[in-house]
Write a protein that binds this ligand. Structure first.
Ligand code: NAP
Length: 478
């Protein structure tokens, strides 16, 4: 295939990626967007196979079959709640693939020597060494960082941040050593020296990926995964420069920037900076300001039974359901939908209020509610529901905690002060479903639970909702 035709196909693939990504932003165009991007990827893969650099199809076919089988098995077997782990693994393998590309290219340079290498492939020694260095560096950090993130999310390792004195200094020294070895690798033309520098870079970036994620708590893993996703894109982009493949450069940039935008959105929704997520060791110790400082609410927890909850809900005309991480834990999304349908049959208007960081990954609640076939029109974003909150008869808080904690708005001493919340406390009555006195991800007590208009429906969310539904059914049958 001529280089012109190859590049034309790559431009078409890139356009399909960009439009596909844009369409993923809306629920009704998302499926088509996914398909469009997949077609773009198919074009990119097929034309690359016709590239003159491909010398043997044997291993490509083996990889294709193995990858397809693993992909189908994952898509069928991985549960919706395990998606964050799955994404962490995919990022990690993306980083590893880029690292191996950089390594293989350096292997060629070692085997041929610079003169022969440059006579066959484009580039200059400094540029080629620099992009190989970047590919190995970013790919290596992404690989071990993602594997650590996966282990934390899958609870193979403790979710608590692991901190030790001088940790940032140790990481800083490793980063300096890594950059030093990188400079030697890029500048030197002595093959023995560059080989030693290469091994140092490889070893240090693998260790650094692990140690950078160590001090970050399990609850912050979604942000870390978005950052690692961005890094895996940048590693692929660098790999694209290494093997002079334009579509890899474009696709890598798209992944890199979209991952970074997502990380920034998540941090804003938590009122924290990326540096705070990465280096503050958030969640290392239980928060001491549980009872709150100035502006904190005083009161006691008032339990309510499913029977009494039914009585409150039966009389309600405006109901807002606020789901959080606990709904995902108890897998209550299907019973939530059932309750919402019953309330509507009873004459109530039901809305679902979605906080951008409810749960443990962006869009966590949207995915679960979509799985339970909750109509998308019933989902209302935080900024749209808050002005309506004082008109709500009942707010049902299902396993949400931090995202409805009024301390974020009122208590300047609170670690989550400034985080935007759903103003559940403004509803006439608030029914909170949770198992016991467990705190939210931030480790804080929730002052919402102490308000005079709040009642606590204790127990697993799914079981509690089933209790309320049984009351509705019993009354309907009577
Ligand atoms: P949360 O603050 O983690 O609270 C979850 C609540 O669910 C807990 O109070 C827990 O109390 C309850 N719960 C757990 N299992 C339950 C079950 N089976 N049945 C009933 N209740 C159950 O959740 P959130 O309000 O959704 O807030 C999310 C947090 O994660 C925020 O602090 C956010 O900043 C953080 N975060 C989210 C993202 C993201 O992308 N979504 C990213 C980074 C950080 P009990 O133990 O007493 O039951």
């Amino acid at each position: 295939m001529s280089p012109q035709l190859l590049n034309l196909a790559y431009i078409v693939a890139s356009i399909l990626f960009i439009f596909g990504l844009k369409m993923l932003g809306r629920q009704h165009t998302a499926r088509r967007g996914n398909l469009l991007s997949a077609v773009g990827m198919l074009i990119a893969v097929v034309v690359t196979l016709f590239d003159r650099h491909v010398v043997s199809f044997q291993w490509i076919i083996v990889g294709l079959i193995a990858g397809t089988l693993i992909g189908i098995a994952c898509a069928r077997l991985v549960k919706m709640t395990s998606m964050p782990e799955m994404v962490a693994l995919l990022n990690g393998f993306g980083g590893l693939a880029s690292l191996l590309v950089g390594w293989a290219e350096y292997g060629k340079i070692q085997a041929f020597g610079w003169d022969k290498y440059l006579s066959e492939f484009a580039g200059t020694p400094t540029f080629t060494s620099a992009v190989i260095f970047l590919t190995v560096l970013i790919g290596g950090i992404t690989f071990t960082g993602s594997i650590y993130a996966f282990c934390k999310l899958a609870e193979w390792l403790s979710g608590r941040p692991i901190l030790f004195t001088g940790q940032n200094i140790v990481n800083g020294l490793m980063a300096v050593a890594l950059l030093g070895a990188g400079v030697v690798f890029i500048v030197s033309r002595d093959m023995q020296l560059t080989t030693t520098a290469f091994w140092v870079v490889l070893a240090l970036c693998l260790v650094l990926g692990w140690t950078l994620v160590m001090p970050i708590g399990g609850g912050d893993m979604p942000v870390v995964i978005a950052i690692l996703n961005s890094l895996s894109g940048l590693a692929a982009c660098a790999a694209g420069f290494v093997i002079t493949n334009n579509v890899l450069i474009v696709a890598g940039c798209l992944v890199g920037t979209s991952g970074m935008i997502l990380s920034v959105i998540m941090c804003k929704a938590m009122n924290r900076s990326i540096a705070n997520v990465l280096f503050s060791g958030f969640g290392a110790a239980p928060a001491a300001t549980a009872a709150g400082g100035e502006g904190a609410i005083q009161g006691e927890l008032k339990p309510i039974s499913p029977e009494d909850s039914f009585a409150v809900l039966e009389a309600a005309r405006q109901v807002v359901i606020i789901p959080g991480y606990g709904m995902a834990v108890s897998q209550a999304q299907h019973v939530v939908r059932e309750l919402a349908e019953m309330l509507e049959r009873n004459g109530a208007e039901v809305r679902f209020a979605i906080h951008p960081v409810a749960g443990r990954m962006p869009g966590h609640m949207n995915v679960l509610l979509a799985e339970a076939n909750v109509p998308y029109e019933q989902l209302v974003e935080m900024d749209a529901i808050n002005p309506l909150m004082s008109t709500m008869d009942v707010a049902i808080v299902i396993g949400a905690n931090d995202v409805v904690n009024p301390a974020a708005a009122r208590d300047k001493a609170s670690p989550i002060y400034g985080m935007p919340i759903i103003n559940a406390h403004e509803a006439r009555t608030v029914i909170c479903l949770k198992r016991g006195k467990g705190t939210g991800f931030s480790g804080l007590e929730n002052q919402l639970f102490l308000l005079p208009n709040t009642r606590m429906l204790y127990g697993d969310a799914k079981a509690s909702l089933q209790g309320v539904i049984s009351e509705f059914k019993a009354v309907a049958a009577a």
